[in-house]
Ligand binder design. Structure first.
Ligand SMILES: *Cc1c(COP(=O)(O)O)cnc(C)c1O
Length: 483
């Protein structure tokens, strides 16, 4: 499988032919600023679906990932995948269990994606990424210093995936005092030598600006072997394709049925994987994109206008992992939408650069968004999230987190008779205890294994929002100790 850039350029691989999976594994962006996409989607026929229906999650993951990672020998890849999706890491024999919420809304099911070590769906991709990074680095012998920014979920998922991994250090920036108590304790209590928690005196945007400044400094990047694990990483998207197949099989009894998914969306990474599963031939009826008050994506799917927001227009909500002003993976879908015409795509992104928006409302492409690609959307306010958490609890006894609540609100509006609607559960409620208390007047169920979490000793360095201070810290660490 070869990879192309959405902007039409090529990847620097140092040899003839296209870029393969391992070539793009560590790179976030193509040199031309585009995102990596497979040259074509593998097609899954009915006979293959009949076989896949009966595979375990790790076996299914191996079958899906191998189609995209053809440059990793099968034996090696099987080992990596089997070591990733273990019962120990994902808390039980079913990696993504399915629960009916019919008592809340007929036809609605909940697929649990937050059983990994940090209790958010990002573990499903990040845990595999950790194993893939270690594998790739062992082959080259190069060290890797990951620099990232987090508002909560990404940082802990990355740290738990990379802790103790040979040859890899993690420098994770978070806004001082802005994460939930649970998220803070989860990250800062890690005692591994290769994990560096840096609390920045600023907000999340300051953290992200620091990472961008480091990424833009090619000399520093090369000298310090800097990499990232952001949501545009292609391997993360591939890992997420797996649970759409799994969810489809669990929600149906045979491969003639169709299923819809509702996805709590921020950077469009999760639902982009659903789009890819559908393009591969999985019988998905509709993909419903659910947003919070930051409704860039909902607005596009309703009106055909994609208008990015400024930092000042980006609301801080009770579903913080979906507070985005522009959706970084959206470019992957738009690439397909414009018929994979890189020039057409570049023209749209030029409009975004100049006018902050593009408008497809009067083009054939916008009709295809619904008719050919099956997309629908909706959004959800804070008061509506609180009501959903309350109503779901009253009807089913289940406590859902505020991100999942966004999707449930929208799913209930979009579900149609005869087509199961699978809602992707993206985090456990204990991570967002403050909102659960507001909704239910009591604490979220505390997950097993985390009883003493808030009492564990914490390790964190405080830094000003200053790129030179960050660089000095990184150089100091890398010159002091071997990775
Ligand atoms: C990251 C995250 C999301 C958004 O996922 P995207 O892939 O960015 O669309 C939703 N919910 C939770 C809990 C998350 O951590």
């Amino acid at each position: 499988m070869n990879y192309v850039s959405t902007r039409g350029g090529s990847f620097a691989t140092g040899r003839e032919g296209g870029a393969a999976f391992l070539d793009i594994l560590l790179e976030g962006l193509a040199p031309d600023g585009g995102l990596a996409m497979p040259e074509s989607y593998p097609e899954i026929d009915r006979d293959t679906l009949d076989v896949w229906r009966f595979l375990s999650y790790p076996e299914l993951a191996f079958e899906v990932v191998r189609l995209f990672a053809t440059d990793i020998p099968s034996r090696d890849l099987r080992g990596l995948v089997m070591n990733t999706y273990t019962a120990a890491a994902f808390g039980g024999h079913e990696t993504t269990p399915m629960t009916s919420l019919a008592a809340y809304a007929p036809g609605v099911l909940l697929q649990g994606l937050s059983n990994g070590p940090t209790l958010a769906f990002k573990d499903l991709a990040m845990q595999l990424l950790g194993h893939l990074f270690e594998y790739a680095l062992a082959r080259t012998g190069e060290p890797l210093n990951i620099v990232g920014a987090t508002s909560g979920d990404t940082g802990s998922a990355a740290e738990y995936a990379l802790r103790g991994k040979r040859g890899i250090r993690v420098f994770m920036l978070s806004p001082l005092g802005r994460m939930s108590a649970f998220q803070t304790a989860q990250m800062f209590s890690l005692q591994d030598d290769n994990i560096h928690n840096l609390a920045v005196r600023g907000v999340f945007d300051d953290c992200q600006d620091l990472v961008k400044a480091i990424s833009a400094d090619a000399d520093f990047k090369r000298a310090q072997s800097i990499g990232t694990v952001n949501s545009i990483n292609w391997a993360r998207v591939v890992a997420q394709v797996v649970y759409y197949f799994r969810g489809y099989f669990m929600a149906t009894s045979n491969n003639d049925e169709r299923v819809s998914f509702t996805v709590p969306s921020g950077n469009f990474g999760n639902i982009c994987a659903g789009h890819i599963a559908r393009m591969m031939g999985l019988p998905i009826e509709r993909l419903v994109c659910a947003t919070n008050e930051n409704d860039v994506l909902d607005e596009f799917f309703r009106t055909g206008v994609y208008r990015v927001r400024s930092a000042a227009e980006t609301h801080a909500t009770s579903s913080p992992s979906m507070d985005i002003s522009k959706a970084s993976n959206f470019e992957r879908f738009v690439f397909d939408l414009v018929g994979r015409d890189a020039d057409a795509l570049k023209a749209l992104w030029r409009q975004v650069d100049v006018h902050g928006r593009f408008d497809l409302s009067s083009t054939g492409s916008f009709a295809e968004v619904r008719e050919r690609y099956g997309f629908a959307s909706g959004s959800c306010s804070h008061a509506e999230r609180i009501a959903v958490i309350r109503d779901v609890h009253a009807a089913t006894g289940h406590v859902v987190d505020p991100h999942t609540a966004v999707a449930l609100k929208v799913a209930r509006e979009q579900v149609r008779p005869g087509v199961p609607m699978v809602v992707l559960e993206t985090a456990r409620p204990a991570k967002f205890g403050e909102t659960i208390r507001e909704a239910l007047g009591r604490d979220a169920p505390w997950p097993a294994g985390f009883e003493d979490l808030l009492e564990r000793p914490q390790r964190v360095i405080e830094l000003p929002a200053d790129v030179d201070a960050l660089k000095r810290y990184i150089v100091d660490v890398t010159s002091r100790s071997p990775a």
